[in-house]
Every structure is written in C-alpha cells, then in structure tokens.
Design a protein. Structure first.
Length: 406
C-alpha cells in the first residue's frame, strides 16, 4: 500500500493475483515518425517489469493504451507497439485490431494462462476522448463491455494519470484495482515531497516553461513544502526582474516577447510573502560572439546559463538536502557551451546522500553514466502529470485507484 497525502493506493503486493485475468492500463504513447513508425520505445520498455511479474504469477494479461489523438499525425494503431513489446518481453504479445467489440471480447474470453494481448488504440473509442468524474466514466460502454471479462485492473500509466478518461478512472470503481510497478515507483518517489520527515527539501527549477514553473512555486510556497527553491533559466530572469534588477536591454526584450513581463506582479507577490526563492548571483552570457561571466547586477549580453559562483552556491545548498527535485535546466543545454551550470548542480545532487528526483525532459540529458539504477535516484516519466502534481493539482487516476472497489 502506498500512502500519498490522504490517498491509500494498493500495489500488486496487495492483490491476490494468480491465475487471474488482468486488464493492464499502460502508457505506450511514443514519438512517431512521418511514416508512422515508433522513434523512441523507452515508454514501452518501462512496463516490462509489471507485465513480466503478472505473467510469472500465472495471469493472462490484456493491455490497453492510447497513441496520439484523432486527427494528429501520431494517432496510429498499436500493431508495431505489440511487436516491440514482444521483443522486450521475449514472449508473444498478440495485437488485437479491436478495443471492445465482439472480436476483442471473444479473444479475451478465450485467453489461456500466461498469454498477453495488446488491444488497439483506446482513443479509437469516442468515450475515451471525453473527461469526466470516475462515477460517470464507470458507466461508459468501454467499462461496461470490458470489466465483466476481468478479475482485476492494474494501472501502470503514471504519465497519463492527470487525465480523467474511462480507461484510467472508470474501471477502479467496478473492480479490484492496484498500481503497477511503474506507477508504484513514481508515486512512492513523489510521496517523499509531501512527507514532513523528509527535510530539508530543495527544488531546482529552470527551463523555459515559466508560467508552469511559477504555478509550482506558488504551490510549494503556499503549502510550505520547499526549504529552498533554486532558480535558473527564464524563471530566474523573471524573479531577478521582480527584485528590481536590470538584466539589460536584450534580455528584457526576450522576456517581453515571450509575455513573461506580465508575470512580474505574481513573482513579486511571492517574494513579499517570504517564498524561499534564490536567484543567480552571476550569469554566463554571450556578447558579440564571445562568452563571458558577469554578476547579476552588471549583465551585458544574452543570458545563456548560470555562472560559476551561482553553481557553487546552489551546490552548497543541495549538499545537506534530504530530497532534491530537479526540473528544468539552468541554461541553454542544447549548446554544449552552456551546460556547465546544469551539470554542476546535477553532480552535487547525485553526490549528496539524499534522495534525488529528476523531472524528466532536458535534465535527464544532463545525467551521466548508468545512474538510473541508483536506489536514491528517481527519473520521472511524468510530464504533464508531474507538473500538475507539483502544482498541487489532484491526479484523477490516483484518486480513482484509492476508490478501488476492493
């Protein structure tokens, strides 16, 4: 059982799963090339642990997932996904060109122990495109047609847990349900953020998604979760400007063009309320084709990274942290010349004895070596779900699992 906030969520350890028929919600939504083929299969690979465990426990497993949205280029059938999963699992994953029709239901009814099926793209069912409360989604045709065929429902799709669609929130209300191993790992790691005993907590927030990051900082401040919030990227420029620091004409033009200046009152309000926000003391800038380091009060040129002094100060803050959350880089890390700030801070976090949560995306590219296996490091697959979680929003799929029938 995982406890997160006021939710109690069962795991595979809490269900009698042997010789059962299991409906497994996975997230195999992957980048697709112009020819309709999978570009990156990491999301499929992530679910191997859960699928193998269910098979080894002598269950028959039916997977359900989505890929893209109707009308988009990446809205494709899941036949290739089944082939890729077969290779990772070293057993046949049968693709069923149906979701809840007579053909799919007959195939499911006739499954033998240890067999694995992947149904077609669940977003081919119109109901899956409509969000609504679990009580409403439990009455959809998708849930009514499929649920009688199964003994248990397992949700392993954390990255889509911010959606309130039938395949995610409808089934737990009508059958015994649990979190799969991917979901369990995500929720267990993120629960540390809200555990009072796990302190001090340091959040390193950067990147270019300023409004999203501002919402996170507002929530962390309101709930007094963060002991320190270390800023980089455009969010650092916003807070520096809110403090009355002149970052120079070129950077102000960038902030204005991106609509970030309109957020200054919100940033200023946070600072006045005592938000534990730290801004860089220096930056690495590009001026006339040359790279220089300059104090925050004397910026000339376009800001591209935090400076050496800032990296050292931020690293010292991280040194004693029990939980460090890194979301968004400190600079323009696509350019190797401006990765130093992010790399130094990541290094400090990994060398610290505390727990480290890396919020996916760009910061994952800063990880070096095979540290993914470290027990004190969690790399989130969350995306939008992680963002909403840190912003204080409830995640419908987790809420539904806590309401599981059994």
């Amino acid at each position: 059982m995982i406890k997160i906030g006021d939710l109690d969520i069962k795991t595979l350890d809490d269900l009698e799963l042997s010789g059962r028929k299991v409906l497994l919600r996975v997230d195999v939504n992957s980048p697709i090339d112009k020819n309709g083929h999978i570009l990156d299969s990491s999301r499929l690979k992530a679910h191997v642990l859960t699928i193998k465990e269910l098979v080894e426990r002598k269950n028959s497993v039916v997977m359900i997932s989505h890929q893209g949205r109707p009308g988009d280029r990446d809205f494709v059938e899941l036949e290739e996904h089944a082939q890729v999963l077969s290779k990772y699992l070293d057993l046949e994953v049968e693709f069923i060109d149906d979701v809840m029709g007579p053909y799919a239901r007959e195939k499911i009814s006739n499954m033998k122990e240890g067999e694995v099926i992947l149904l077609n793209n669940v977003r081919m069912v119109a109901e899956e495109l409509i969000e609504g409360p679990p009580q409403q989604q439990a009455k959809t045709f998708l849930v009514k047609k499929l649920s009688p065929l199964f003994d248990s429902y397992v949700n392993d799709a954390f990255a889509t847990s911010h959606r309130s669609q039938p395949s995610l929130v409808g089934f737990p209300l009508v059958m015994q349900s649990a979190a799969g191993r991917v979901m369990e790992k995500e929720v267990s790691a993120l629960s540390k953020i809200f555990t009072p005993e796990e302190a001090p907590k340091v959040f390193v927030l950067g990147g270019g998604k300023v409004l999203d990051t501002l919402r996170i900082i507002e929530n962390l401040t309101k709930k007094r979760i963060a002991d320190r919030i270390l800023t980089g990227g455009l969010i650092a420029e916003l807070f520096a400007t809110a403090k009355g620091i002149n970052l120079g004409k070129e950077n102000m033009e960038v902030l204005e063009k991106l609509g970030i200046l309109s957020l200054i009152p919100r940033a200023r309000k946070l600072l006045m309320s005592g938000a534990p926000v730290e801004i860089p003391v220096d930056f690495k800038v590009e001026k006339d084709g040359k790279i220089e380091e300059t104090p925050v009060h004397k910026v000339e040129g376009v800001i591209k990274d935090v400076g050496t002094n800032t990296a050292d100060i931020y690293s010292s803050f991280i040194k004693d942290s029990k939980v460090t959350v890194l979301r968004g880089p400190m600079g323009i890390i696509e350019d190797e010349r401006f990765r130093d700030g992010s790399k130094a801070i990541m290094k400090a976090a990994l060398e610290n004895s505390g727990y480290v949560i890396v919020g996916g995306g760009h910061m994952v590219s800063v990880l070096e070596g095979h540290v993914e296996d470290s027990p004190k490091l969690h790399i989130s697959t969350g995306g939008g779900a992680l963002l909403l979680f840190l912003s204080g929003e409830k995640l419908p799929a987790l809420e539904a699992l806590s309401l599981s029938k059994v």
